[in-house]
Design a protein around this ligand. Structure first.
Ligand code: GLU
Length: 493
């Protein structure tokens, strides 16, 4: 059997980070087995359709390196890959179910259904359903005479198609991650399969598509687990063998509970993939992090390329329990990947941000040196800009906390230092000499290194921390350094 899996997002908004993880696991699984990864757009809910969402999904996947084999804009043998373009199929299949006695037309209005629910509630049923019992007293093709049904259909009366969910039956299936899962059908409504607007519901479209697209494994989020019994009933009704099922653990917020959009926002966690793109995160880092969000290879290794992840990934190592989104860990990954990238590789992204920041980057060598000096210190690409701004602009203000280190004796110390470096010839203005000059001054004054280094860093960079000080001063050059020291003495004393 050759593996075919799918990622089936609804284009209802930007691609959520949880969706990206689902796509990634499907992709890894497909590649691990030499199978195919399909992208299917589930756009049957027209009320929730968001213009541009499909593009966002595709852009996000490709940015992350999750390439799909078949899908919109990449037609294969099982298309079309947008459900709105497969509408005719769902009708055919719904009719087939009706013919074979597994589904029926229902003509009840919303008011009539509400009335039924109210009535049953009053007689002590806390959660009344449209089910095997109540359907017998409702307006549908099981209760109405055949000619009346025919007439209603011909007159174009509104109807839905419902699945005849069997009464009190146990639906069991083996989940690849959770083991045997069983549900009792007595908790289920007669599921609507076709809506009155002629569109299929998620359940019908999902099952018809998974079957007709030859999907072998359904790998999706845990929130869909409760839909699976309905899907199994549908597979049974069609006489089709269901694909293997695997439900991924929920993504949890660090403070507990599901990582909802609201929760993520309040905890400073970007929730949409586009935020990671805009935030200049390293895609490989996000992928590596997401791979470990609910899965691990079973040893203590942590850094893996996409290729290695494809090789390592198996469903039996996916955890059942919720996976906590540890943002610090993501930053750790990002930092690691930045270090692994060469200066040349980082150049494009940094240049883009530098241009936005208004840096004059005509001197490429200089920019390269800036990146080199900061390479070990940043954990995100945009920090090259925040930490490196002093290479292009004299500090317009001084970090408040760091400015507290500017003490009474700072002026004397820094002035002595300024004098000593002002005397240096052009060719002597290098990091090693700049350091030895500082040592001379602190020895003469019998003070510790920080007594001068701190105010000096503050004067030159405006910050309390940053890249190695002496190479930075060397890059700024004598004139600029001296002028920054003068400015600091004036403004901080
Ligand atoms: N359209 C569903 C979603 O938005 C697909 C769920 C599934 O994978 O079956 O996630």
């Amino acid at each position: 059997m050759s593996v075919r899996v799918r990622f089936a997002p609804s284009p209802t908004g930007f691609l959520h980070i949880g969706g990206l993880r689902t796509a990634l696991y499907n992709y890894l699984f497909a590649r691990h087995h030499g199978g195919k990864f399909i992208l299917r757009i589930e756009d049957t809910d027209q009320a929730r359709y968001v213009e541009g969402a499909e593009d966002d999904i595709i852009d996000s996947l490709l940015w992350a390196g999750i390439d799909y084999d078949e899908g919109p804009k990449r037609e294969g043998d099982y298309g079309p890959y947008r459900q709105s373009e497969r509408k005719y199929m769902y009708h055919e299949y719904a009719e087939k179910l009706i013919e074979e006695g597994h589904a029926y037309y229902a003509f009840d209005t919303t008011e009539e259904i509400d009335e039924m629910r109210e009535r049953l509630k009053k007689s002590g049923n806390p959660s009344p359903k449209y089910d095997s019992i109540t359907r017998q007293s409702m307006k549908n093709s099981l209760t109405l005479p055949q000619d009346e049904v025919q007439k209603k259909l011909e007159d174009g009366d509104e109807y839905v198609v419902r699945l005849k969910v069997p009464r009190k039956e146990e639906v069991r299936f083996e989940d690849e991650i959770r083991g045997v899962v069983s549900f009792d059908t007595s908790g289920l409504d007669d599921q609507v399969l076709l809506k009155s607007d002629g569109m299929p519901t998620y359940h019908l479209a999902n099952v018809v598509d998974d079957h007709t697209m030859g999907i072998t494994h359904v790998i999706r989020g845990e929130e869909w687990l409760s839909s699976t019994p309905k899907h199994i009933l549908l597979y049974n009704a069609f006489g089709w063998e269901p694909p293997k099922m695997a439900h991924l653990p929920l993504i949890m917020s660090p403070s507990g509970g599901k990582l909802s959009k609201r929760k993520a926002e309040s905890e400073g966690i970007p929730v949409n993939t586009k935020d990671y793109i805009a935030g200049h995160y390293i895609p490989e880092a996000l992928v590596n992090f997401l791979a470990y969000l609910g899965w691990s290879p079973g040893d203590d290794s942590e850094i893996h390329s996409m290729e290695e992840l494809c090789e390592l990934f198996t469903l039996d190592r996916v955890s059942k329990g919720g996976a906590v989104f540890n943002f610090k860990k993501l930053m750790w990954y990002n930092e690691n990947y930045i270090r692994e990238h060469s200066v040349e590789e980082l150049m494009t992204d940094v240049k883009e941000l530098a241009a936005e920041a208004g840096w004059d980057i005509s001197d490429e060598e200089y920019l390269k040196q800036v990146i080199e000096l900061l390479h070990e210190r940043v954990s995100k690409i945009d920090e090259f800009i925040s930490m490196g701004d002093f290479f292009y602009n004299a500090p317009s203000e001084y970090d408040e906390k760091a400015a507290k280190k500017w003490k009474d004796d700072s002026v004397t110390l820094i002035s002595d230092y300024k004098e000593s470096i002002s005397a240096l010839a052009e060719g002597e203005f290098d990091a090693a000499t700049l350091k030895s000059k500082l040592e001379e001054v602190i020895e003469a004054h019998e003070v510790g290194f920080g007594k001068l280094a701190m105010p000096l860093r503050l004067a030159v960079t405006g910050q309390g921390f940053g890249p190695d000080l002496f190479p930075s001063i060397e890059m700024l050059g004598k004139e600029e350094t001296v002028s920054r020291i003068d400015a600091a003495v004036q403004r901080l004393s």
